[in-house]
Design a protein. Structure first.
Length: 246
């Protein structure tokens, strides 16, 4: 006996489209859902839902960005975790609010993955593509109060942050501490971009093996230093070292 004869009102076409709709819904839930709206809307939503914010800062021409979108963001475990715990947002750094956002948070590498508190203050940031395992680990660390970015205090100045960052460059070898120092240098740059803190950032990035980032900031530092009449010889030496493949 067929389904149709057992249930006279049963419509196989309806069953097909119902199954298709369910499949599409399950597929959507198995990947990250990115909120659509303005940056102000994102913060308002996060505040209302008492969630942190994850931002994928990308460009349309960025290969590693495309890889994360096609792989990491579609991972089932990633989707379930991030959809539950974060308001997720994709930001093209070259369109709409993107350039302003990139300038405000000194984004110069893609993708840059940022985690924010609901009020819009940065809790953590990384650069470069990540597989599902690393991406999940970062999300869990941030959610548990960890991350490379400690809250700034009123006593923090660009000078004090730069001094802490340079001290770490000279004395630390542990990657976690160097990543934290790199963020201090970036915080210093955001307060007052100058020869000193861009030079510190470049040296730290180089020590961490982020040579493209190091070269970019070393060249910026040389340009700023020359404008201010600074001795840029050590920064130029870093540029030469990077370009020679050391």
């Amino acid at each position: 006996m067929s389904i149709e004869t057992s249930f006279p009102n049963f419509d196989m076409k309806k069953l097909f489209f119902l199954a298709l709709a369910c499949g599409m819904a399950l597929s959507a839930s198995a990947q990250i859902t990115f909120f659509e709206g303005t940056w102000a809307d994102v913060k308002a939503k996060a505040k209302k839902e008492n969630k942190m914010i994850f931002v994928d800062a990308y460009t349309v021409w960025c290969g590693p960005c495309k890889w994360m979108s096609a792989n990491t963001f579609k991972d089932k475990n990633v989707g379930e975790f991030y959809n539950t715990n974060f308001v997720n947002y994709k930001f093209d750094m070259e369109k709409g609010e993107g350039p302003t956002f990139a300038n405000e948070f000194s984004i110069n590498a893609y993708p840059t993955l940022l985690y924010f508190h609901a009020d819009g203050t940065v809790a953590h940031r990384t650069e470069g593509s990540e597989d599902a395992t690393a991406f999940l680990e970062h999300g869990k660390t941030v959610l548990n109060g960890g991350g490379t970015v400690a809250p700034l205090t009123e006593a923090d100045t660009w000078e004090s942050l730069n001094e802490k960052a340079w001290h770490a460059y000279e004395n630390d070898t542990e990657r976690g501490k160097l990543e934290e120092a790199l963020q201090w240098a970036m915080d210093s740059i955001e307060m007052d971009k100058n020869f000193y803190n861009t030079d510190t950032y470049a040296h730290l990035a180089y020590k961490l093996g982020k040579k493209q980032d190091a070269l970019k900031w070393a060249l910026i530092s040389v340009e700023l230093g020359k404008k201010d009449g600074q001795d840029v010889s050590s920064t130029e030496a870093l540029v030469k070292k990077i370009k020679s493949g050391q």
